[in-house]
Design a protein around this ligand. Structure first.
Ligand code: CP
Length: 320
């Protein structure tokens, strides 16, 4: 694998899932693969799970890791081509990314959307420019519109928790839930993109009107607007808030009845409840669910290590 920006970089999802599950059993099986290689981890936004799990994954492969919080510790970066840099931006991405390419063997980076300009966010201009100028493999730690390490993790977690149900595929329901802040569409876009490409489950997406995601990611999923109806017979309930794609970046609905409660799960197949975390308790998911055996959010976050390790391993193998 040359880079890891979306599911389109992955030739075989199940190969990556199986590899991750093998690392979960034997974390140090390839502990020499990354010897004398350095992973750079650049954060333009906060992170807990992605940062720590990827560091552990790299260490398990024998890599050195350097974490750089660009937003807090670096020079402010300019991304505009041909601009006169007489404002507050001190360094152009052309030099910054190229220098990273000199220091590291693999570059990983987290960027976020501004949620103001849809075209700019959906062009992925920040991560694209790092790819263009770094000259080394780039791994997304979440970009403006996608979070592939999270989605690979989610598939690993679903596979681990899938019950054999004859010929029928497990029903996965991704449901919108309320939030007080306008959040990116990256996690739900990416989840839909990966689940659709994986083809081993049936995906339903349920949301209030106005929260439809970009069809480029959701095509193939059933789209519904009645949460109780959508949740019927679900095997997995993937809960997430996102801001509107159509009325870009806006909060259109705060209806608390969309929160996931025990009552809502009554007509599911005792569904497992997933969330990428961080989750706001009793706003997005009720305590009674998060504290129950139906919640697999901690196991899901734990699997971030094995997803990252499988991805880094494939990239290192491609460099040999
Ligand atoms: N799910 C996830 O990416 O968590 P962090 O933002 O803490 O990395």
């Amino acid at each position: 694998m040359k880079q890891f920006i979306s599911v389109n970089d992955v030739p075989d999802i199940n190969h990556l899932v199986d590899k991750a599950l093998a690392y979960k059993k034997k974390p140090f099986a390839d502990n020499k693969l990354g010897n004398l290689k350095t992973l750079g981890m650049l954060f333009m936004n906060p992170s807990m799970r992605t940062r720590i799990s990827t560091q552990i994954a790299a260490r398990n492969l024998g890599m050195e890791v350097i974490v750089f919080n660009v937003d807090k510790e670096g020079w402010q970066l300019e991304f505009e081509e041909g601009i006169v840099m007489n404002g507050k931006m001190a360094e152009h991405v052309k030099e910054a990314a190229a220098v990273m390419g000199e220091y590291f063997d693999v570059l990983s980076i987290r960027t976020f959307p501004g949620l103001v300009n849809k075209e700019e966010d959906y062009s992925e201009r920040y991560i694209r420019q790092f790819i263009k100028y770094a000259g080394i493999p780039v791994v997304s730690l979440e970009s403006a519109t996608l979070h592939p390490l999270q989605s690979l993790t989610d598939i690993i977690t679903i596979k681990e928790n899938m019950q054999s149900s004859g010929d029928s595929k497990p029903k996965v329901v991704m449901t919108w839930a309320p939030h007080v802040r306008a959040l990116p569409q990256s996690v739900p876009n990416s989840f839909a993109q990966w689940i659709n490409a994986w083809k081993e489950t049936d995906l339903t997406i349920v949301q209030p009107k106005g929260y439809e995601l970009d069809e480029k990611f959701t095509n193939g999923a059933a789209i519904m607007y009645d949460q109780n109806e959508a949740l019927q017979n679900a095997d997995f309930v993937y809960v997430k808030n996102w801001s509107s794609y159509r009325e870009y970046g806006k909060i259109l609905n705060t209806d608390p009845s969309w929160m996931i409660t025990k009552e809502k799960l009554k007509y599911t197949h005792h569904a497992k409840v997933m969330h990428c975390l961080p989750v706001r308790r009793n706003l997005v998911i009720a305590d009674e669910v998060l504290d129950s055996t139906q919640s697999i959010v901690t196991e899901e976050a734990g699997n971030r290590v094995w997803a990252a390790q499988a991805v880094l391993s494939e990239i290192l193998l491609n460099q040999e």
